[in-house]
Ligand binder design. Structure first.
Ligand code: ADP
Ligand code: ZN
Length: 258
């Protein structure tokens, strides 16, 4: 199995405005994308690829929280136990963290959010943060429970840069053993050690799935009602998923020069 690390989307100029049926709507200048999907849907991988192609930052709240845990900060101490139970951090705390991140200048032309919003309250808070910053599209990555369990139990994450290295990733593929069978890489391209996440055990995965169904799934309807939802089959090969999300984003945001 040979894979390249290049996503199958071309690097483009930043979209100028959202294409709507009502062309009199105010123009927006940012590409704001939210990825929704259960744990193991591939949000992290896709967020990184799309963000690179769109020239906007990928913002993963899970990564931000794991960095806080690693740093041993007060925030990290407070969230570690909650994460290891597969439960959610409080909406107010998450909103504060994301508000601070979206206040940074690199998000001005847009962002790909991975892991936020995770509740309807967070989605409402995000709407508030985005006032006058343009519209937002939510992309749902749909995957079956079997695929989730398989992916998460195999997943390895870089302790240094936080990237995912599952058997479908370039990092893992680069460590193919003789005979062509894929093997787990133990070291990331950045030099960091690849480890299993403490919440990727079967019991915690099941709790995260329950949490997803209960708290996050309602977001799908929330965005569907306002016609801001696009669903993609996340069980397909990662390159195909990237290409399909990219197409969806192209169809929604007008990439033509203003
Ligand atoms: P997953 O693979 O489950 O999508 P993430 O890396 O996105 O994992 O998140 C890991 C954990 O961090 C979650 O199970 C949750 O405890 C916490 N977390 C991340 N984002 C949020 C959020 N927006 N709201 C509440 N908790 C969050
Ligand atoms: Zn790394």
């Amino acid at each position: 199995m040979t894979r390249t690390s290049t996503p199958s989307v071309a690097v483009r100029t930043v979209p100028r405005r959202l294409r709507t049926e009502d062309e009199s709507r105010p123009a927006t200048s940012s590409t704001n994308v939210v990825l929704i999907g259960p744990p193991g849907a591939g949000k992290g991988t896709q967020a990184t690829r799309l963000a690179a192609a769109l020239g906007v930052p990928a913002i993963s709240t899970g990564d931000m929280l794991r960095r806080a845990v690693q740093s041993g900060s007060t925030l990290g101490l407070a969230v570690k136990a909650v994460m290891d139970r597969g439960e959610l951090i409080h909406d107010a705390m998450m909103t504060e963290i994301v508000a601070a991140r979206l206040g940074e200048p690199d998000t001005r032309s847009g962002f790909v959010l991975d892991g936020f919003p995770r509740t309807v309250d967070q989605a409402v808070a995000l709407d508030g943060l985005l006032e006058r910053r343009g519209d937002l599209i939510a992309v749902e990555l749909a995957v079956t429970e079997n695929a989730i369990i398989r992916r998460l139990s195999q997943r390895r994450v870089c302790e240094r840069c936080g990237c995912n290295a599952d058997p479908g990733s370039s990092q893992a593929a680069s460590s193919e053993v003789a005979g062509g069978r894929p093997a787990f890489a133990t070291v990331c391209g950045c030099g960091g050690v690849l480890q299993q996440r403490s919440d990727d055990t079967e019991a915690v995965i099941r709790e995260r799935l329950r949490t997803y169904e209960r708290s996050t799934k309602p977001l799908v309807d929330f965005y569907r009602r306002r016609r801001a939802l696009r669903a993609i089959d996340g069980t397909q090969a990662p390159d195909l998923v990237t290409a399909q999300i990219s197409k969806v984003i192209d169809a929604v945001f007008d990439h033509a020069a203003s």
